[in-house]
Write a protein that binds this ligand. Structure first.
Ligand code: ZN
Length: 439
């Protein structure tokens, strides 16, 4: 009896996994890493477990019903060092570990990049609130320091490698990761993806460095056929080299500095990349285009980027009418949160382009002391603005911008101060230029 009961689920499981393999040729692009990593995601009681259990009617081959309201934030890290010298691309191991812990504490599930893409193809479910962790540029500290921390949490991750930057390559110095280390990561389920050959601006006519045969590097601009040939090496050559050296399938392409255009995208698509990644972080939804997936680049001196990213998906509890709170810092507001202006008639602005597709008629701004104000919204730039025409009386002003994006209400709150003395002055000049908030 016990034996039969034990055999039955086994039979169903086998049957199910065979069904899964056959129906779509797209599964041939399934990651080499899928078995160890999906085991990881399933272990936490994720919906993946439910899928296998729900297989008792194997005659119908159906795609899993995926939760289209799930959201994923993607992080991009570079070097892990104890002493920060380049805050733009470095983080201390302690700060990194603390951030990984925060994901866990916030109930955010770290999934593989391949699971994210499978979900976007409608082939696999993911938990409602997810994160993907990626490391760029191939530093050995990612192998020596980041990996053990990731193992501690049982988190999967993706490495974006530029091939000339691997040790022994023309740009691979002593701090670079080695091919042997990459192979070790591959063998242990780490996803390895492409980040060009030499890590430069890929757009035609931009300044680049070219290595001459003697090893000397010269600054130049390429156009026409020469540019096309170089672009092929960067986009296609990098993929081929990674696939050949490591025996893997590469389907993701992280664009250096996020600088690309339609032509670069087309070359990448033709090369077989399924997804392209930039550095303009935003929650990834079911309908986010896969050729410009934004990642949050985490820098040592801007811890707020991480906090805001977590906040972006932190408030969506799965309820249909939930309001997603957006960090004002993500909207490049003007005046900025916490800033003090010297006019009672400020121009109030926010940029909603990072929020996702906005339904134009849904954009609304409330200003404390004024209520709902008539805003202008430019769908092309995503900018919502309102020139205050009636003097603000308080010495602080709260703005609430809300909009609907993909059926969900998103909202941002921020508060700025008004310098009373300056505000009382007659005929206020146009708002004094204030330090522009960072992008
Ligand atoms: Zn990079």
């Amino acid at each position: 009896m016990t034996i039969r009961l034990a055999i039955l689920p086994l039979f169903l499981a086998l049957n199910f996994s065979m069904c899964k393999r056959n129906p779509s040729p797209a599964t041939s692009s399934a990651p080499v890493t899928s078995s160890p990593t999906s085991a990881e995601t399933t272990a936490g009681g994720s919906p993946g477990a439910g899928v296998a259990a729900a297989a008792p009617s194997p005659k119908k081959i159906t795609k899993p019903v995926v939760d289209q309201t799930a959201q994923t934030i993607i992080f991009c890290y570079h070097r892990l060092v104890d002493k920060i010298r380049y805050p733009g691309t470095e983080i201390t191991p302690a700060a990194f570990e603390a951030e990984m812990k925060q994901l866990k504490d916030a109930g955010i599930t770290v999934i593989t990049m391949q699971d994210l893409l499978a979900w976007k193809r409608g082939e696999k479910n993911i938990p409602p609130r997810c994160a993907v962790v990626s490391f760029d540029d191939g530093w050995k500290s990612q192998y020596e320091v980041a990996w053990p921390i990731m193992k501690k949490f049982g988190y999967p991750f993706t490495m974006f490698i530029y091939t000339e930057g691997v040790r022994g390559g023309s740009l691979g110095g002593g701090e670079a990761i080695t091919w042997e280390q990459l192979a070790d990561m591959r063998d242990n389920g780490v996803d390895i993806q492409a980040h060009t050959a030499t890590h430069q601006d890929l757009r035609e006519g931009h300044n680049i460095m070219l290595a001459a045969p003697g090893g000397k590097r010269t600054r130049t601009k390429l156009t026409g056929p020469q540019y096309e040939e170089w672009l092929q090496k960067e986009v296609v050559g990098c993929k081929q080299l990674l696939e050949q050296r490591l025996g893997i399938k590469v389907n993701c392409f992280a664009v250096p500095f996020g600088s690309y255009n339609e032509h670069v995208k087309e070359i990448a698509r033709n090369a077989g990349y399924e997804a392209m990644f930039t550095v303009y972080g935003q929650p990834i939804t079911f309908t986010s285009p896969t050729d410009s997936i934004g990642r949050y680049a985490i820098e040592a001196n801007k811890p707020k980027v991480f906090v805001d990213a977590v906040k972006m998906i932190g408030t969506s509890s799965g309820g249909a009418s939930a309001v997603a709170e957006v960090g004002a810092a993500n909207l490049s507001t003007q005046p900025a949160d916490g800033e003090t202006v010297r006019t009672a008639l400020p121009l109030i602005k926010a940029n909603l382009s990072g929020v996702g597709a906005i339904e134009p008629g849904s954009v609304q701004m409330r200003v404390s002391g004024l209520g709902v104000v008539p805003v202008s919204y430019d769908p092309k730039t995503g900018t919502v603005s309102y020139q205050v025409t009636q003097k603000l009386r308080d010495n602080s002003c709260t703005v609430i911008v809300s909009a609907k994006s993909e059926g969900k209400k998103v909202e941002a709150h921020w508060t700025f101060g008004i310098d009373a003395a300056a505000a009382g002055a007659p005929a206020p000049a146009p708002a004094k230029p204030v330090p522009t908030p960072k992008k």
